[in-house]
Design a protein around this ligand. Structure first.
Ligand SMILES: *Cc1c(COP(=O)(O)O)cnc(C)c1O
Length: 458
């Protein structure tokens, strides 16, 4: 028998105890919408022969679950145990305490964003960062936009719109998330002139491509890939005189860009932004939330008159930064004035600089407790060595020795099953699957209790 009468009406449900409790928690509109959806589904099921009384019984619990699920944010914090420190899909750099405080103050209070406190007149929002960027990079001037993709876009649009931009075939990269250099150049209105081959480009390739129409010579950090073997690229220091002789601007897109020598932290040396400026680039662009360790932003530093030209481009207004990020960036950049304490204060460097022995000791300490939490599910946990990565295209083929926990279970799909369970936790735990196990790299775990608390919900 098709028994629709077992189902409550919306009014009946709202007046009952369970309905009232859900309304107090989630609001009337959400409960009504959720209940209607559940009732529709139940009527459909009864049409198809399901037992109305049984469905009616289950509606309360199902609705409570629906509402609880839609009330938790998809943006909730997770534990990044992937081993990739700057994980683009997990939001890249974590901000320093000083940056978080500055951002909070900027969110909660009026501030002198474009207001000159000395004269009482109008100021420029970029002024809060220009001085620091000049000091830290040695560049004549600086401007800031939404991200590094925007920095490349506005630099090319300003300096090469309707003209030619010369770039090596080995540097026409795609960075993921649909950032492809040729597409950005087309959107900037620059005519792409490719020179050299994928693996080798020589100074004469650039020289013979120069015409009166050349506006920019573009150098791009290959970021997430590396060409090995029979290769040749022209360093920016050799491109600078070629660009100068041609009356073109040399734009160097560093991608990650670092303000400090990473070899001081046990990583491989990458040219710093200051070195790129000193090599003779007219414009250098880099990201705020990669190795620099700040919020998302794109920095453009270089020659004063070119920066002024970029600032006059109407795109600048469309790509400008908000007060929250300007406040956080200012606090982040200030930390670079004291390099000796940078690794203590900047989470990105702190994580990258953690010695393997320290992480291995942490893994040994945590293994028994994690094993106990997983045993009821039929999984084992043991300490292991593993390899971390910087992420976000910085030193892509380099790994950093690390340590963690290797989680195993029965069956070929055990790592996938466990991975899904851990992702579904109220505080999701994100690891990576390797060699038939789910590996939790502990490099970015600074609070053991955070992992144990998360697993306690299993
Ligand atoms: C990451 C990267 C970009 C894009 O930077 P976003 O800050 O993510 O917009 C551009 N160029 C290079 C070389 C990069 O590595």
């Amino acid at each position: 028998m098709q028994d629709f009468r077992a189902l409550p009406s919306v009014d009946q449900f709202l007046q009952g105890q369970a309905g009232q409790a859900l309304v107090a928690r989630h609001g009337r509109a959400a409960v009504i919408a959720g209940l209607r959806a559940r009732l529709d589904a139940a009527r459909q099921a009864i049409h198809e022969g399901a037992d109305g009384a049984a469905l009616a019984q289950g509606i309360k619990a199902a609705l409570a679950e629906d509402l609880a699920r839609s009330a938790t944010s998809g943006l909730r914090p997770v534990l990044n145990l992937t081993g990739t420190v700057l994980h683009t899909n997990l939001g890249r750099a974590l901000l320093a305490e000083a940056a978080i405080k500055a951002a909070r103050a900027a969110m909660a209070n009026p501030l002198a964003l474009e207001f000159d406190l000395d004269g009482g007149g109008r100021g420029q929002r970029d002024d809060h960062l220009r001085g620091l960027l000049r000091e830290l990079t040695g560049a004549e001037d600086a401007t800031i936009v939404n991200n590094n993709a925007a920095a490349v876009l506005i630099a090319l649009n300003t300096l090469a719109e309707g003209r030619e931009a010369v770039v090596s075939r080995g540097e026409l990269i795609e960075i993921g998330g649909a950032f492809r250099m040729p597409d950005i150049m087309a959107r900037a209105g620059a005519k792409l002139v490719e020179v050299g081959t994928t693996n080798r480009t020589h100074p004469r390739d650039y020289q013979s491509a120069i015409t009166p129409e050349t506006g920019v010579i573009l150098k791009v950090h290959p970021s997430n890939y590396r060409i090995e073997g029979f290769t040749a690229e022209v360093p920016a220091s050799a491109l600078a005189p070629i660009a100068q002789a041609a009356g073109a601007a040399l734009v160097n897109d560093l991608g990650s860009g670092s303000l400090v020598d990473l070899s001081a932290y046990g990583l491989r040396r990458e040219p710093t932004v200051a070195e790129a400026v000193a090599e003779g680039a007219d414009i250098v662009t880099f990201s705020g939330d990669k190795l620099l360790g700040g919020p998302q932003a794109g920095f453009i530093v270089g020659r004063r008159e070119l920066i002024a030209q970029i600032n006059r481009n109407p795109l600048k207004r469309a790509l400008r930064l908000d007060k929250i990020r300007i406040a956080a960036l200012e606090a982040t950049l200030r930390l670079y004035r004291d390099p000796d304490r940078l690794a203590e204060r900047l989470p990105t460097l702190r994580d990258l600089a953690r010695p393997q022995a320290q992480i291995a000791a942490q893994a040994a300490g945590l293994a028994p407790q994690v094993a106990a939490a997983l045993a009821p599910l039929g999984f084992h946990a043991a300490p292991c060595d593993c390899a971390s990565q910087i992420g976000s295209g910085a030193l892509p083929t380099d790994t950093i020795p690390s340590a963690g926990l290797r989680l195993t279970g029965k069956g070929g799909d055990a790592p996938d099953r466990l991975s899904a369970r851990l992702r579904a936790l109220p505080v999701p735990v994100i690891g990576h699957i390797r060699d038939g196990a789910l590996v939790l790299d502990l490099r970015c775990l600074h609070d053991d209790a955070a992992l144990l608390d998360a697993l306690a919900a299993l």
